[in-house]
Structure formats: structure tokens, C-alpha cells
Design a binder for this molecule. Structure first.
Ligand code: NAD
Ligand code: IPM
Ligand code: MN
Length: 368
């Protein structure tokens, strides 16, 4: 039986709760012929409490060696006062940067059973299937200088730097065009070239990569603020949206609500393909955070986390049938009405986090 090395980093808040449900799914696949070798480590506030840093060097080394990392969520009010450099979120940013995970794929799919769960009208979201490709290791998240400076008069000035290079834009554009070619062949590139130099360069380079390498794909440029509005007005006009780190963060939370809940949106954070081995570094993380308001109550929707494991099956391990089966199992469980509170039908009883994991495992057995 082939084994795949998975590192589990559950993190904080609902992270460990949703990770436990993924472990059930991993266990089911292991019993059914797809072996995984799993180890776990601390990240975020949990790592800070244990080691005084948001990820230890040992955990970083394990992440470098894993075939794929599954990441829960980090952060929470408990760590609001800790120094910026060791905040829980810094552990996630370091993983992304040090593993070179520049391409974050955030698919927003409205499952048929959830067309009434969105805060938008059924006809706006029914059949929705879009992919946000978020640049993940550049832009204002990492640009230098990034600091708060105290001025002579005692007041302060804070600086973040939005910075992009040609190479960074080229590689994320290629990921977006490649993906579009396997979908409906349309790319919408979102930036603010009307006010930002990085937006001007972004538009120029995406235009050139399109002309030189992907002329058969439809390309449109859309200003990021308009893109946010269009996502709510008529999201089905989009196929692939490619955008920078910060806009991608915001646009993907908007897209999440089109699917019914932030608890539904998985993601894959991918590095460059190694030409020698054909493999790439990868981390799979739900789009949501540690949800302090519901943590510890068994209310969290684990589908974003379970769907992230599905993306690992697809993108890291090439187990397309297994990934399709997991997607079908999720769709069937949702159709049966077994849902957490965030997506429950009006008047219907909601179940807890663990019941969803159990129901998906049962459905996998029924499908196999
Ligand atoms: P959040 O995503 O944690 O929660 C926003 C809202 O969505 C909350 O009402 C929450 O209950 C709900 N929600 C989120 N996930 C859910 C799920 N699986 N099921 C049901 N409801 C869900 O965002 P926030 O409250 O702004 O941030 C809380 C903390 O999480 C902060 O410290 C933030 O930095 C961190 N965060 C971490 C990640 C990550 O680890 N990838 C992502 C986003 C935010
Ligand atoms: C996300 C999160 C992270 C981000 C935070 C926790 C660093 O919001 O993955 O969407 O801003 O990228
Ligand atoms: Mn976010």
C-alpha cells in the first residue's frame, strides 16, 4: 500500500475540532487501500504556549519533509497581547513563505442542497463554481518596510509595503490560466491599477502572459472593488479570479458566503513543481479562522477542513477518484439534511461537528 506523509497542524480554537473529523476520513481511506503516515505538531497559539514561538523549528522541518501539510486554524483573543513577531498568525505566514506556497486555490462551490443556505437569493448562487487564485507569498503581507516608527513629536507612523515583482506575477498568472483551461476557460484578473503601481504592473504582466502563452483563454481585467460588488451581484459571471494576497483574502471571504458559510470553503496552498521529482510543497487549509465565538462547543462546520483534505487527495496525491468520492459523500450528507447550525435549513435541527464527520465516513462506505 502506498503511503503518503501527512503533517497535521490543528492549531487553535475550532482547528483541533475540525481536524479530528479529518482524521476520521483519513482513517477510512487507510482502511480502504489509501495509506497515510500521519504525524501532528503544534502551530499558532498552541505552539506559543508550549515554546514561546508560533511554530517551532522542529515543526518547520517536519513541514518541509511532509508530502502535504493539513492546517486547521490559528489565533484567538488569548494571544491578542503577544508580540507581533510571534503572534499565532505569524506561524501560518512563515509556513507559507518558507515552503514557497505562492499559489492559494480557493474554490467556492455552491452544493445543490445549499442553494437556500446563502444569504443571497437561490437564483444568484445556484450552480456556482468559481475558483479564486490568490497570490500567497508576496504583496503587502510580506513587503518591507513593515513597521511602526515613533516620530520626533512622539506620534507614530505605521508602514506596510505592497510589493510585487515580474516573476511573482508571472507564476501566479500561469497557475490561473492553467486552471481555467481545465474549467470554463475564463480568467478575471482583479487589481487596482487605477490607484496602485503594483496594480499597473499586475495588469501588464497578466496581459502579456495571456497574449504569449494562453491566447485561447478569455481574459478580463476587473478593478478589485468592482470585483467584490460583482461577486455579490452576479457571481456566476466568474470562472477563475486571479488576484493579489490581500484582495484574495477579502474576496474569498465574500465568496464563502455565496456557498452558504465560511465553514464550507477549503483551500490548497501550493508551491512550484520541482522539475526533477514532479512534486510540489503543499499545505491545505480551510479559509476560515479559529472562530473563537463557537470554539469548544462542537458547533463548527468541518466541511471546509474535510474539503481541504479532498484537495490534498487531488493536488498532492493525484487520487482523483478518491477526491471525487469524498466530494460526492459531502454532497450526499448535505442533501440528507445532516448539517451544522451555520448551514441548517430554517426550522431544521442542526447537528454537531462530530456528527458530520461520522455521516461522511458512513457515506464513503455506502459509495464504495
Ligand atoms: P473566523 O473565520 O475565525 O470567524 C468568522 C465567523 O465565521 C465567526 O462568526 C465564526 O463562528 C464563523 N465560522 C468560521 N469558521 C466556521 C466553521 N467552520 N463553522 C461555522 N462557523 C464558522 O474569523 P475571525 O473571527 O475574524 O478571526 C478569529 C481568529 O482566527 C483571528 O485570530 C484570526 O487572525 C484567525 N484567522 C485564522 C485563519 C487561519 O488560521 N487560516 C484564517 C482567518 C482568521
Ligand atoms: C486566511 C487568513 C490569514 C490571511 C491570516 C490568519 C494570516 O485570514 O488564510 O484567509 O490573512 O491570509
Ligand atoms: Mn482570511
Amino acid at each position: 500500500m502506498a503511503t503518503h506523509k501527512l503533517l497535521l497542524l490543528p492549531g487553535d480554537g475550532i482547528g483541533p475540532e475540525v481536524m479530528r473529523e479529518v482524521e476520521k476520513i483519513v482513517g477510512w481511506f487507510a482502511r480502504n487501500g489509501v495509506g497515510f503516515e500521519t504525524e501532528a505538531d503544534l502551530v499558532g497559539g498552541a505552539a506559543y504556549d508550549a515554546h514561546g514561538v508560533s511554530i517551532s523549528e522542529a515543526a518547520m522541518a517536519r513541514a518541509q519533509e511532509a508530502d502535504a501539510v493539513l492546517f486547521g486554524a490559528v489565533g484567538g483573543p488569548k494571544w491578542d497581547g503577544v508580540p507581533y513577531a510571534v503572534r499565532p498568525e505569524a506561524g501560518l505566514l512563515r509556513l507559507r513563505k518558507d515552503l514557497g506556497l505562492f499559489a492559494n486555490l480557493r474554490p467556492a462551490i455552491c452544493y445543490p442542497a445549499l442553494a437556500d443556505a446563502s444569504s443571497l437569493k437561490r437564483e444568484v448562487v445556484e450552480g456556482l463554481d468559481i475558483m479564486i487564485v490568490r497570490e500567497l507569498t508576496g504583496g503587502v503581507y510580506f513587503g518591507e518596510p513593515k513597521e511602526i516608527v515613533t516620530l520626533e513629536d512622539g506620534s507614530q507612523r505605521a508602514v506596510d509595503t505592497q510589493l510585487y515583482t515580474t516573476g511573482e506575477i508571472e507564476r501566479i498568472a500561469r497557475v490561473a490560466f492553467d486552471l481555467a483551461g481545465k474549467r470554463r476557460n475564463k480568467v478575471s484578473s482583479a487589481e487596482k491599477s487605477n490607484v496602485m503601481k503594483t496594480g499597473v504592473l499586475w495588469r501588464q504582466i497578466v496581459t502579456r502572459i495571456h497574449r504569449e502563452e494562453f491566447p485561447a483563454t478569455q481574459l478580463e481585467h476587473v478593478l478589485a472593488d468592482n470585483c467584490a460588488m460583482q461577486l455579490v451581484r452576479n457571481p456566476k459571471q466568474f470562472d477563475v479570479i486571479v488576484t493579489d494576497n490581500l484582495f484574495g483574502d477579502i474576496l474569498s471571504d465574500i465568496a464563502a458566503m455565496l456557498t452558504g458559510s465560511l465553514g464550507m470553503l477549503p483551500s490548497a496552498s501550493l508551491g512550484a513543481v520541482d522539475p526533477k521529482t514532479g512534486s510540489r510543497k503543499a499545505l491545505y487549509e480551510p479559509v476560515h479562522g479559529s472562530a473563537p465565538d463557537i470554539a469548544g462547543k462542537g458547533l463548527a462546520n468541518p466541511i471546509a477542513m474535510i474539503g481541504s483534505f479532498g484537495m490534498a487527495l487531488r493536488y498532492s496525491f493525484g487520487l482523483i477518484e478518491a477526491a471525487d468520492m469524498l466530494d460526492r459523500a459531502i454532497a450526499n450528507v448535505l442533501a440528507s439534511g445532516t448539517r451544522t447550525r451555520d448551514i441548517a435549513a430554517p426550522g431544521a435541527n442542526a447537528v454537531g461537528t462530530q456528527e458530520i464527520g461520522d455521516a461522511i465516513v458512513k457515506e464513503l462506505s455506502a459509495l464504495s
